[in-house]
Design a protein around this ligand. Structure first.
Ligand code: SAM
Length: 216
């Protein structure tokens, strides 16, 4: 049963997000907790590798809206950290009856993400998987949506592994398009040379590559 403060949190999210009207209380509580921790990471001197470095809330809203319209198939996230973006995608999973596998290769972050998913009551639709996404992604099919948010060096390899498993109409999302444009030059070239994906950079948060596999 939701407590009074849980209900207030959900209401707060409804008014703050506008278009995302129904964030379950357990999810909203975890979103607020991680937003607080992420803010504190930058003000305290937390070592870079330990920081959550999560997407801003507006990117989360964007992911949830886009994912809500994904075709049938499995959803994949590359780079879980503490599970913040997985909460937004997980919420869309609940609405669509979809399943998300979110992949993380850092043991401490994995533990934090598992705790987030459990506390948010999303274990029925979100699986946190350990491993290097470059090796894991190729085993998941069909992938109807993939969100890439890991080290820049891995973006191209992850896309190469995912693309054969993505049916026409499948959605590609990748973060840091504007914030890390120098580091993602190869990825941009890879997309520009690809005749299977139509894509654009959306100026939300750190910039999001938003693409769709062509139908023919
Ligand atoms: C920017 S953070 C992800 C933030 C998360 N998407 C969010 O918004 O809450 C990047 C994460 O990717 C993980 N990572 C980096 N390279 C990876 C790889 N090759 N496979 C799996 N995870 C990776 C890092 O350990 C880190 O936790």
């Amino acid at each position: 049963m939701s407590s009074g403060s849980d209900r207030q949190t959900a209401k707060h999210y409804r008014t703050q997000t506008g278009v995302i009207r129904e964030i379950p209380s357990a999810v909203a509580v975890q979103m607020r907790r991680l937003e607080r921790t992420d803010r504190e990471d930058t003000t305290r001197d937390v070592p870079f590798a330990e920081r959550l470095r999560q997407i801003p809330r507006e990117t989360g809203r964007f992911l949830a809206i886009v994912a809500g319209g994904a075709p049938a198939g499995h959803w994949v996230e590359v780079g879980t950290s503490g599970g913040y973006s997985a909460l937004w995608l997980g919420m869309a999973c609940l609405q669509r009856g979809a399943q998300l596998t979110t992949i993380e290769n850092d043991a401490a972050k994995l533990a934090r993400a598992n705790e987030t998913v459990r506390a948010a009551e999303l274990t029925s639709c979100v699986e946190v998987r350990a491993g290097d996404a470059r090796e894991v992604v190729g085993s998941i099919r069909p992938i109807s949506l993939i969100f890439i948010d890991c080290i820049s060096e891995a973006y191209c390899e992850v896309l190469d592994a995912a693309l054969p498993n993505m049916p026409p109409g499948a959605i590609l999302l990748a973060d840091n398009a504007t914030s890390h444009s120098d580091e993602l030059e190869d990825f941009v070239r890879r997309l520009a040379d690809d005749d299977e994906i139509d894509w654009v950079v959306v100026p939300v948060g750190k910039g999001v590559f938003y693409g769709r596999k062509r139908f023919a």
